[in-house]
Write a protein that binds this ligand. Structure first.
Ligand code: B3K
Ligand code: ZN
Length: 883
C-alpha cells in the first residue's frame, strides 16, 4: 500500500444517509470584516432531532480552515475538555434536549483563493457556500436538510465597504464606531446554509422594480463595480421577464421585498441562487452590443432566469442531501430552457440544447466519470455539478412533461409545492407528486435516476402494402458504466410522425385503436423490445423519429441518404429537419475520418452538396436553423463517434469537409452573405436579427476558408466596421489562423485590454487554433498581462478550452499536451481545487485514444496520481480515470 492508498479520500454513499442528530431553531451571525482577519460570531439555537436513531448522539459541527476563538454553551464559556476540534469538525458531547451555542471563529478571506466560503475579489468581499462552503465561514450543520431562519449583522469600514448585503430584508443599519458602520439583515424564510450569502464593497447599483400579480412591489437591484453600471440593462430586463414568465407558466410569485443580483469577476461557475441575493459571474450579468455576442446576451438571459427560478425550485423546496442535486438542478434547467424557448425561437433552442447534451453529456456518460442523474456515491460533491445532473436531469423532467402533457405536468408541479414547500426532499418525492397528481405510475421511469449511460434505441421498420400496415420494431439497450454492468429497460417516450411521398404528415392510428389520433404520436417503450403497428398506411412512408428529441437516447435507424435529404426538406418538426442534416453530415464525416486514417483520397458526396444547397437557398426557412445545419459537429463529438480516436484524422476530415463545402457552394455562400450583410444595421437583441447574423457569419467562415483575397478582405472589413461583438468576433475567428490574423488579434487586444470579459474571447479563439504550434501559443499567452491563473474565467478561456476542445492540439502525438495539462493541474490544485478538477476532466477520453497517445496520457495520469497531496476534487477525477 503506498502513502496515497493509506490516506485516500473515501466515498460518501447515498445508502448511508441518516437524518441530522440536531435541528436548528434559528441562527444569528455577526461578521466583523477586516483586511487581515475577519471575526465571525454565530449564535445557534438547537434541539435534538426526535427522528434520529441515537438519542444521545454528539453534536458534530462541520468546520474547515477556521481558527476557533471561543465556545459558549447557554451563555457560559465551555471548558476545552467538553469539545473536540479537528480539521473537519467541532464535536460537542453530552448535550441535552436543547442548547444555545455561541461560537466565535476567525478566518482570512483575503488569502482564500479557492473561492469557496468568504473571499475577496477586486477589494470586495463575496461568499460562495454551495455545496459545502459555509463550513469555511463558521462551525455549522452544513447540510441541506438542516433549514433555519438566519439573521446576519455585518460590520465593516464605511469608506472601503459602503455596501453591505446579505439574504432577506434589511432591518437596520447605523454607525458602529469611528470608521465602521453596520447593517442587519433578516431572512424570513428557512434555508440551508448553502444558500447563505454576504457581499461587502464599493459597488454601484442599478435599481428597478417589479409588481407581482398579487400587487406586491419588489425592489430589483443589480450591484456591479462602478465602471460596469451601463452594462446591466439587459440583465435587468431579463429579471423582469423571468418573474413574469414564472407567474404565467408556473403560477409562482417572488416572495421577498427585494431581489438582488451582485456581479463578481472571480467566480468558479456561472452564478449562485442564494436566497434574495444571487451572486453572478460578471459573464452572466454584463452585456452591451459592442462587448457581448448574441450568445452572451442569451447566456445572461438564461442564467438570470435559471437563478431566479431556483427561488422556488431549490430554495423554497430544497434537496434532502447532495445525491438529490438534480432535483433542483435538472428541474431548474428544464424551466430555464422552456423560458428561453418562449423568449426566442423554440426550435433553435431545442437544437442548441441537444447539441450540448450530445457533445458533453453523452461523452460524460461514456467516460470513467459516468454517473446516474442521482449518483450513489461521491468523493467530492463539487465534482458532481455535471452535465449529467444538469442537462440529462433536465431531459428527465422534460420526459415527465412529454408523458403527462403540459396540463398534467402542471398538476404534478402544483402538488409538489403543496406537499413540500419549506422542506428538503428527494427525487422520489418529485416523482411521487407527478404520479399522484395524474394517476400515472412512474416506478419504471425512475430508472432514469438510478442507471447511468446513454440508451441506444434501435428501430426496424417494415411496410406491408397488402395489409396497409407500417410496423416499427423498437428495441433498447444501454452500455455498461462504472459499477453498473447490467441495465434494466428504461421507460422511453418516443415521439414520431410519418411522411408521405409528397412530404405531408400522415394521420396515425395504431392497431387496436378506434380512430385516427393526430400526426405526431408519443409511443412508450418500456420493454427491451416492442412492436408498434400503424394501420391504414397505403404507401411506403418516411419515418420522422424522436421528434423534438423526446428522450436522451442514441437512435439507430438505417435511413438512406435520400431519405435524410427528404426529411431535411420536408419534416414539419424543425428539430428533425436539423437532425436529418446532422445525421447526413455525421455519416459523411465518419467515412472521411476512415478514409483519412487509411490515407485515401477524400471526396465530397454529391447528395450532401445538393441537400445543403437546397437548404441554403430556401429563403422561406429560418436563417437560424440553416446556420445550425451548416455548423459542423465539434471534433470532440466526432471523437465520441469512433471506436478509436485518431485526432489528426478527425481534424483532417472535418477541415476537408469545411473547405469542400465552401468550394462546392461558393456562390451560394457569397449570395447569402450579401443577402444578410446589411440586414441588421443598429444592433437589436431580437431573434430575427440574431438569426440573420448567425447565418451571415457561418457563410463568412466558409468563404474565408477558401483563402481567396476577396473573402479575406470581406472578413477584414467586417472586423473593422462591426458595431457589435457578434460580428466582430466572427470576423476575428475567420481571420485568426490566416497571415492577416496576427494584426487583427493585436488590434482586438489593443482595443479591449481593459475589458476582462472581452479578453476571455481573445484567449478562447487562440486556444482553439488548429495550427501545429497551438500549445506553444497557449504557453506564451499565459504570460500575457490579461491572463491570471487565479481567475477561473481566464483558466476556462485559455487552458480548459485548449485541453477540452482543441482535440488535435491537446492530444498531440508527442504527449506534450498531457504533460502541460498535468503541470497546470498541479499548480491550480494548490490555488483552487474546483478549477483544477475541471481541467483534469480533459483526460476523460483517454481510454479510447489510439495506442501511442493512450500510453502517454496514462503516464501523465499516473504521475498526477503519485502526488500524495492532491485535493479530493482532483484525486477523484484522476483515480476514476485510472480505475
Ligand atoms: N447552484 C449553483 C451551482 C453551485 C456549484 C457549487 N460547486 C448554480 C446553479 O446551478 O444555479
Ligand atoms: Zn442551478
Amino acid at each position: 500500500m503506498n502513502k496515497r492508498d493509506s490516506i485516500a479520500p473515501q466515498p460518501i454513499l447515498l445508502r448511508d444517509y441518516v437524518v441530522p442528530a440536531f435541528l436548528l431553531d434559528r441562527v444569528d451571525l455577526t461578521f466583523e470584516l477586516d483586511e487581515t482577519s475577519t471575526r465571525v460570531s454565530s449564535r445557534l439555537v438547537l434541539h435534538r432531532n426526535p427522528d434520529h436513531p441515537v438519542s444521545d448522539a454528539d453534536l458534530v459541527l462541520d468546520g474547515h480552515e477556521l481558527m476557533l476563538e471561543s465556545v459558549l454553551l447557554d451563555g457560559e464559556p465551555m471548558s476545552t475538555d467538553r469539545y473536540d476540534v479537528d480539521d473537519e469538525s467541532l464535536t460537542i458531547k453530552g448535550l441535552g434536549e436543547s442548547a444555545i451555542l455561541e461560537i466565535t471563529t476567525r478566518i482570512e478571506p483575503q488569502k482564500n483563493t479557492s473561492l469557496m466560503g468568504l473571499y475577496k475579489s477586486n477589494g470586495n468581499f463575496f461568499t460562495q457556500c454551495e455545496a459545502e462552503g459555509f463550513r469555511k465561514i463558521t462551525y455549522y450543520l452544513d447540510r441541506p436538510d438542516v433549514m433555519t431562519r438566519f439573521t446576519t449583522t455585518i460590520i465593516a469600514d464605511r469608506s472601503k465597504y459602503p455596501v453591505l448585503l446579505s439574504n432577506g430584508n434589511r432591518v437596520g443599519e447605523g454607525q458602529y464606531d469611528r470608521n465602521r458602520h453596520w447593517v442587519k439583515w433578516v431572512d424570513p424564510f428557512k434555508k440551508p446554509s448553502y444558500l447563505f450569502a454576504l457581499v461587502a464593497g464599493k459597488l454601484s447599483c442599478l435599481q428597478d422594480s417589479f409588481t407581482t400579480r398579487s400587487g406586491r412591489k419588489v425592489a430589483l437591484e443589480i450591484y456591479v463595480e462602478p465602471q460596469d453600471l451601463e452594462k446591466c440593462h439587459h440583465a435587468m430586463e431579463s429579471v423582469k421577464r423571468s418573474m413574469k414568465w414564472d407567474e404565467d407558466v408556473y403560477g409562482l410569485e417572488y416572495d421577498l421585498d427585494s431581489y438582488m443580483i451582485v456581479a463578481v469577476s472571480d467566480f468558479n461557475m456561472g452564478a449562485m441562487e442564494n436566497k434574495g441575493l444571487n451572486i453572478f459571474n460578471t459573464k452572466y450579468v454584463l452585456a452591451r452590443p459592442e462587448t457581448a455576442t448574441d450568445a452572451d446576451y442569451m447566456g445572461v438571459e438564461a442564467v438570470i432566469a435559471h437563478e431566479y427560478f431556483h427561488n422556488w425550485t431549490g430554495n423554497r423546496v430544497t434537496c434532502r442531501d447532495w445525491f438529490q442535486l438534480s432535483l433542483k438542478e435538472g428541474l431548474t434547467v428544464f424551466r430555464d430552457q422552456e423560458f428561453t424557448a418562449d423568449m426566442t425561437s423554440r426550435a433553435v433552442k431545442r437544437i442548441d440544447d441537444v447539441r450540448t447534451l450530445r457533445t458533453a453529456q453523452f461523452a460524460e456518460d461514456a467516460s470513467p466519470m459516468a454517473h446516474p442523474v442521482r449518483p450513489d456515491s461521491y468523493i467530492e460533491i463539487n465534482n458532481f455539478y455535471t452535465v449529467t445532473i444538469y442537462e440529462k436531469g433536465a431531459e428527465v423532467v422534460r420526459m415527465y412533461h412529454t408523458l403527462l402533457g403540459a396540463e398534467g405536468y402542471r398538476k404534478g408541479i402544483d402538488l409538489y409545492f403543496k406537499r413540500h414547500d419549506g422542506q428538503a426532499v428527494t427525487c422520489d418525492d418529485f416523482a411521487a407528486a407527478m404520479g399522484d397528481a395524474n394517476g400515472f405510475d412512474f416506478t419504471q421511469f425512475k430508472r432514469w435516476y438510478s442507471q447511468a449511460g446513454t440508451p441506444v434505441v434501435k428501430v426496424v421498420s417494415q411496410f406491408d402494402a397488402a395489409n396497409q400496415t407500417y410496423t416499427l420494431d423498437i428495441s433498447q439497450t444501454c452500455p455498461p458504466t462504472p459499477g453498473q454492468p447490467e441495465k434494466l429497460p428504461f421507460h422511453i417516450p418516443i415521439a414520431l410522425g410519418l411522411l408521405d411521398a409528397a412530404g405531408a404528415e400522415i394521420p396515425l392510428q395504431l392497431a387496436g385503436e378506434a380512430s385516427l389520433q393526430g400526426t405526431t404520436r408519443v409511443l412508450q417503450l418500456t420493454e427491451a423490445s416492442q412492436r408498434f403497428v400503424f394501420t391504414g398506411i397505403s404507401a411506403q412512408p418516411t419515418p420522422s423519429l424522436l421528434r423534438g428529441f423526446s428522450a436522451p437516447v442514441k437512435l439507430d435507424y438505417p435511413w438512406t441518404r435520400q431519405e435524410l435529404a427528404f426529411l431535411m426538406a420536408h419534416d414539419s418538426d424543425s428539430f428533425c429537419r436539423w437532425e436529418a442534416s446532422h445525421t447526413l453530415i455525421r455519416e459523411v464525416l465518419l467515412e472521411l475520418i476512415a478514409a483519412a486514417r487509411a490515407s485515401e483520397t477524400l471526396s465530397l458526396p454529391g447528395e450532401l452538396v445538393d441537400a445543403m444547397r437546397r437548404a441554403l437557398l430556401d429563403e422561406a426557412a429560418d436563417p437560424a436553423l440553416i446556420a445550425l445545419m451548416f455548423t459542423l459537429p465539434a471534433e470532440t463529438y466526432l471523437a465520441d463517434q469512433v471506436d478509436e480516436i485518431h485526432p489528426d484524422a478527425i481534424r483532417t476530415a472535418r477541415e476537408y469537409l469545411r473547405v469542400a463545402l465552401a468550394k462546392a457552394l461558393r456562390s451560394e455562400f457569397k449570395h447569402t452573405y450579401a443577402r444578410f450583410c446589411g440586414a441588421t444595421q443598429a444592433y437589436r437583441y431580437a431573434a430575427v436579427d440574431i438569426a440573420k447574423r448567425a447565418l451571415k457569419n457561418v457563410c463568412l467562415g466558409y468563404l474565408t476558408s477558401l483563402d481567396e483575397p476577396a473573402f479575406i478582405e470581406l472578413a477584414q472589413t467586417q472586423f473593422q466596421q462591426a458595431n457589435n461583438m457578434t460580428d466582430s468576433q466572427a470576423a476575428l475567428a475567420a481571420l485568426v489562423e490566416l497571415p492577416q490574423g496576427a494584426t487583427a488579434l493585436a488590434d482586438f487586444a489593443n482595443r479591449w485590454q481593459d475589458d476582462p470579459l472581452v479578453m476571455n474571447k481573445w484567449f478562447t479563439l487562440q486556444a482553439m487554433d488548429k495550427r501545429a504550434d497551438a500549445l506553444d501559443r497557449v504557453r506564451a499567452l499565459q504570460q500575457h498581462p490579461a491572463f491570471q491563473i487565479t481567475n477561473p474565467n481566464k483558466v476556462y478561456a485559455l487552458l480548459a478550452t485548449f485541453c477540452s476542445s482543441n482535440l488535435a492540439g491537446f492530444h498531440r502525438a508527442d504527449g506534450a499536451g498531457y504533460a502541460f495539462a498535468a503541470e497546470q493541474i498541479l499548480v491550480l490544485d494548490k490555488l483552487n481545487p474546483q478549477v483544477a478538477s475541471r481541467l483534469a476532466r480533459s483526460f476523460n477520453r483517454w481510454k479510447k485514444l489510439e495506442p501511442t497517445r493512450r500510453a502517454q496520457a496514462k503516464t501523465a495520469l499516473e504521475k498526477l496520481a503519485a502526488h500524495a497531496d492532491l485535493s479530493r476534487d482532483v484525486f477523484e477525477i484522476i483515480s476514476k480515470n485510472l480505475a
